[in-house]
Design a protein around this ligand. Structure first.
Ligand SMILES: Cc1cc2nc3c(=O)[nH]c(=O)nc-3n(C[C@H](O)[C@H](O)[C@H](O)COP(=O)(O)OP(=O)(O)OC[C@H]3O[C@@H](n4cnc5c(N)ncnc54)[C@H](O)[C@@H]3O)c2cc1C
Length: 467
């Protein structure tokens, strides 16, 4: 079928205003936040309801037409970027909060709702929706579910998977599966929501979700610590987990190279310490009693100082102080443009593997390239490391990827901690997943989407004769 015939078929089914093509499609629909391999979709459809989405998928399925799902396009794995000839389905019109249930402490939310809107609605109702990440203003709940998003508070509340109680999704053939469970306990058969959480739109399109809310935590205490070593960072993590009685909500490590690069290059960047240290950790605790919470953190940090686990610490005395600490942690967004061409890695591994992994990567990068910058930071309490690596030469990028992902695999790690696999990490999946695991992923994909029309070419690596 020609492209014109596919567009005509979609218009017949959905109405001509509902299907955009050619110049009618804004450039934002050509590529996700990775910025790689931008491509205009064949057409753009924007369903306003689950029923409309089901009709679109029924039509595409009948035509054997490939589609790509788009949420807020803040993804960093290329998953929402169209591939040639794909119809893009944007979830932007399926936005809004349908219900806040105070008794169940749940919210029912449409998949295209921006994360920040959900956070605000929860806060207005006196609750906390704890998922939080830098892209909060643009990323959508559907995208967060599809990528099993993580972010800043995973150490306390878990990833998106822990925050979704139920959901509704549409399968590739247009079947609507409603599994809008509100209960914490429900072992009546398979828990089908997990087919759609973290599978990046390859098994179905999420349309609505039941999200878990928590009591609002009114107080926040923030500190920046200077440490002598990685071993000390692990000791501090365990000490804080034990002494803050579950109150630890952020534990962000920054190696000296990253920390000082940000302080030196970002306007307003300032270290509260006179001397330079090997490692820094931003610690945040949240609770309900400001004085008691602060005293608990102060006393834990004093104990850490006395035992030599930390060398120095600065406790934020104001919101401004806390913002200036976070500015260093979030400074990656500002330094990224200055480091191009650069590769941003998002890997995870058992915490005990991290020192040897990092030493191996540094050693192999130095052996391979005359000049290389490797800036390291991460949510180490969640096993997550971010590496920003550049040699200044685009041509070196494939070699750097091979080297870092092979080292990740060798240290029992994952090539994607939280950003997803998409198209950009798909060919590296074998470093983290066995042949049998990848084969099972293929079988699930074939069972739910036998024609392979939904987000094809994402996540699951192709067999040699496919694609
Ligand atoms: C500044 C910045 C900071 C970030 N920080 C973090 C972080 O701390 N932690 C983290 O985990 N991520 C982070 N990200 C990555 C990104 O924000 C997340 O992956 C987010 O969950 C993507 O949501 P989205 O709506 O933008 O999805 P998109 O980019 O539109 O899509 C991502 C994937 O999900 C699929 N998808 C989208 N909507 C649906 C749906 N309704 N049903 C099925 N599939 C769907 C798409 O096809 C694609 O494969 C960050 C990104 C930026 C730009």
């Amino acid at each position: 079928m020609s492209h014109a015939e596919i567009i005509a078929a979609l218009k017949r089914r959905m109405g001509s205003d509902a299907v955009l093509h050619g110049r009618e499609i804004g450039a934002k629909h050509h590529v996700d936040f990775s910025g790689e391999h931008a491509c205009a979709p064949l057409a753009l459809v924007r369903p306003a309801s689950t029923a409309e989405l089901a009709q679109i998928l029924e039509t595409c399925s009948a035509l054997g037409q490939r589609v790509v799902v788009q949420g807020g396009l803040t993804g960093l794995a290329g998953g929402a970027t169209p591939q040639p000839g794909e119809v893009a389905i944007s979830m932007e019109r399926m936005s809004g909060i349908e219900e806040i249930d105070r008794e169940s402490m749940t919210a029912i939310v449409l998949a295209g709702t921006p994360l920040q809107v959900v956070q605000q609605a929860a806060a207005d109702a006196g609750f906390l929706f704890p998922l939080d990440l830098g892209a909060r203003g643009s990323c959508t709940i559907g995208g967060n579910i599809a990528t099993n998003a993580g972010g800043n508070q995973v150490i306390r509340f878990g990833m998106m998977r822990n925050l979704v109680l139920g959901l509704e999704a549409v399968l590739a053939d247009g079947t609507i599966v409603s599994s809008m469970n509100k209960m914490l306990k429900n072992n009546a058969g398979y828990d089908l929501k997990h087919l759609f959480i973290g599978t990046e739109g390859t098994l179905g399109i999420v349309t609505r979700a039941v999200l878990r809310l928590y009591p609002k935590l009114p107080t926040k205490t923030t500190a920046l610590c200077a440490l002598p070593s990685f071993e000390a960072a692990v000791a501090l993590l365990h000490l804080l987990q034990a002494r803050l009685a579950g109150g630890l909500s952020a534990y962000e490590a920054m190696w000296a190279g990253y920390f000082h690069h940000v302080v030196d290059h970002v306007r307003g960047g300032r270290s509260p310490f006179g001397a330079r240290h090997p490692l820094y950790v931003l610690v945040e605790a949240e609770g309900a009693d400001e004085r008691a919470d602060r005293e608990r953190l102060e006393s834990a940090l004093s104990a850490a100082l006395e035992s030599g686990v930390i060398t120095d610490a600065a406790l934020a005395q104001s919101e401004r102080d806390a913002r200036s600490f976070w500015m260093i942690r979030d400074g990656i967004a500002e330094i990224t443009p200055l480091l191009q061409p650069m590769l941003a890695f998002d890997v995870s591994m058992p915490i005990g593997e991290m020192p040897e992994f990092l030493a191996r990567v540094d050693r192999e990068l130095a052996a391979e390239f005359a000049q290389v910058t490797n800036l390291i930071f991460g949510h180490i309490g969640d096993n997550n490391l971010h590496l920003a690596v550049t040699t200044g030469r685009e041509a070196d990028m494939p070699k750097i990827c091979d080297l870092v992902y092979a080292a990740t695999g060798a240290h029992a790690g994952s090539v994607s901690a939280e950003h997803g696999v998409g198209t950009l990490r798909r060919e590296y999946l074998h470093h983290s997943r066995s042949r049998a695991e990848i084969e099972l992923m293929r079988r699930l994909k074939a069972a739910l989407d036998p024609q392979g029309i939904l987000n094809a070419g994402r996540v699951v690596p192709a067999r040699p004769h496919e694609d």
